[in-house]
Design a protein around this ligand. Structure first.
Ligand code: PLP
Length: 371
């Protein structure tokens, strides 16, 4: 048996549920509702329920859902939205797409999430919303952020794209703010067989307008109330996600098992291990360790057949696309240090005890050679 450990093994997940996926796709082929349709409608209901929300609206990606979230809040040119520089770039794309300015606030060193203590000083009269990210599966400090939002009368949007089912103080994330955006990109904890996303909210007006915006700004065919988008979820994706949602709680438990084992096995290494905040129940989308010698460790792992990845090598304020914001290295030192040190180890529900042991063994070998 090969002792290689893939960073991600989507095939292993599909193998376990292949018959159900085949049957669901066949049903979609029979009724031919390829854009939205009954599979998407059913999934929207089930996913909203999973989040404890009144409304779930299916999208063709998480990016689209977050873009529409900005539209629902009527954010536009001249406005500012506070967010984290340490996330996937789609978080700030949503802000940029409506012509607003992403205003970055540095992160907390222990959790990689936006540091609430730094938000207030970034608020200006142009600030229109706060959009932190539940990064890597771990909720940000919701109450601390909400206190500031309430004080300044600012809406909160949760970027929940990496954190399906994560809990903050025992409550599933997704309805703490005005709305939240989820991604079903294939490698996510709940992943489609293609692109997908959802907007979740308790607000009926937002839900109705989100449905119109994803369909060309239309509630009745060929009548367009505002400029909209083609952001519909495909029927096939609704069908696949409906099958997979039934397994999500079980898969999350498996991810928690893997994270716990890594934490036990790597405890006596020089790595800074990921920490769950006391208020958080992480769904462990990623297991991200830190070390100043990250690049060397990454190469060593890869040379020994262990897949790993970097989320994310360049914080958003230093991306070329945002050069016009005029940021310099040193503006957000905690995010910049995290970007230099972070390394994502393989984590998925199907990872075996032997594979976890192999990953930990190679990490330990790296450090023993350095002595
Ligand atoms: C934090 C975060 N925000 C937004 C997105 C965008 O989601 P999608 O890739 O479905 O457009 C992703 C995922 O890729 C993400 O990880």
């Amino acid at each position: 048996m090969s002792d290689k450990v893939a960073y991600l093994d989507l095939a292993a997940q599909i193998r376990g549920i292949r018959k159900e996926i085949d049957a669901a796709l066949a049903r979609t082929l029979d009724h031919c509702s390829f854009c939205l349709g009954p599979d998407v409608a059913q999934f929207e209901k089930d996913f909203a329920q999973f989040c404890g929300a009144k409304h779930g609206i299916g999208f063709n990606s998480g990016t689209s859902a977050l873009h529409v979230a900005m539209k629902l809040l009527n954010i536009g040119p001249g406005d500012e939205v506070i967010t984290t520089p340490f996330t996937f770039v789609a978080t700030s794309w949503a802000i940029s797409y409506v012509g607003a300015k992403p205003v970055f606030v540095d992160i907390d060193d222990a959790t990689f999430n936006l540091n609430p203590a730094l938000i207030e000083r970034a608020i200006t009269p142009r600030t229109k919303a706060v959009m932190p990210v539940h990064l890597y599966g771990q909720p940000f400090d919701v109450d601390a952020v909400l206190d500031i939002c309430r004080k300044h009368k600012l809406p909160l949007v949760e970027d929940a794209c990496q954190s399906h089912g994560a809990k903050y103080k025992g409550k599933t994330i997704g309805t703490f703010g005005e709305m939240s955006g989820f991604s079903f990109y294939p490698g996510k904890n709940l992943g489609a067989c293609g692109e997908g996303g959802a907007l979740v909210t308790n607000n009926a007006d937002f839900a109705a307008r989100a449905k119109a915006l994803r369909e060309h700004g239309s509630t009745a065919r060929y009548y367009h109330d505002e400029v909209g988008f083609n952001y519909r979820m495909e029927g096939f994706q609704g069908a696949v996600l409906g099958v997979k949602l039934k397994y999500l709680a079980q898969w999350t438990q498996e991810r928690q098992r893997v994270a716990k084992r890594y934490t036990e096995l790597l405890a006596d290494t020089p790595l800074q291990l990921p920490r769950e905040a006391p208020f958080a129940e992480s769904v462990w989308h990623l297991y991200v360790v830190r070390h100043p010698g990250r690049d060397e460790l990454k190469k060593f792992l890869e040379d020994h057949g262990v897949g790993c990845a970097v989320h994310y090598p360049i914080p958003l304020h230093l991306q070329k696309a945002y050069a016009d914001l005029g940021h310099q290295p040193g503006d957000f030192p905690v995010a910049e240090k995290a970007a230099r040190e972070c390394l994502s180890l393989p984590i998925y529900p199907e990872l075996t005890e032997q594979q976890i042991g192999r990953v930990a063994g190679v990490v330990k070998e790296f450090f023993s050679k350095k002595k």
